[in-house]
Write a protein that binds this ligand. Structure first.
Ligand code: SF4
Ligand code: SF4
Length: 149
């Protein structure tokens, strides 16, 4: 049977492990946020990317356009705009500097995921894929591995 001293030692050890994991996650988040900034860094705000963006065509607000996203990312605002993009890459085709706004969006989703701020619908979809191999929960294949485009 463990004595009190051993119990305290174990608690301190677990606490240190948790702090180490949190630190690692913080570093990972910072690195990804830096990457996002790096991706949109060269944007000259010309707006050429807007003409092909299907999301902007429907929403018709700058906020949802690739240029709007690039501006928001450069200001480190990521929470509100990352799900209004279908990652089609059309913006990159039109951009004279070939800026990958879609990649910044994908990275920003990863940041939200690490911060535990992803959408409920997204969580449900991933659980469904893990359980059934199908985003709607209609398959019969279990998997531990999820792949992104
Ligand atoms: S990748 Fe996203 S931002 Fe770029 S054109 Fe497609 S929907 Fe718009
Ligand atoms: S992402 Fe490219 S096309 Fe869009 S505003 Fe910036 S520089 Fe112009």
């Amino acid at each position: 049977m463990k004595n009190k001293k051993e119990d305290v030692k174990e608690i301190v050890k677990v606490d240190e492990e948790i702090k180490k994991d949190q630190k690692k996650e913080e570093i990972e988040i910072n690195n990804i946020e830096d990457e996002i900034q790096g991706i949109v860094d060269g944007c000259i705000n010309c707006g050429l990317c807007k003409s092909l963006c299907p999301v902007f065509k429907i929403m018709e607000e700058e906020y949802y356009s690739p240029r709007g996203k690039a501006i928001m990312f450069s200001e480190r605002f990521i929470d509100k705009i990352v799900f209004e993009c279908n990652l089609c890459k059309a913006c990159e085709q039109k951009c004279p500097l070939k800026i990958k706004v879609w990649e910044a969006v994908r990275n920003a989703r990863e940041v939200l995921n690490l911060k535990g701020k992803e959408l409920e619908a997204n969580k449900e979809m991933m659980d469904n894929i893990r359980q059934t191999g199908n985003p709607f929960g209609k398959g019969d294949k279990k998997t531990d591995k999820l792949y992104c485009c």
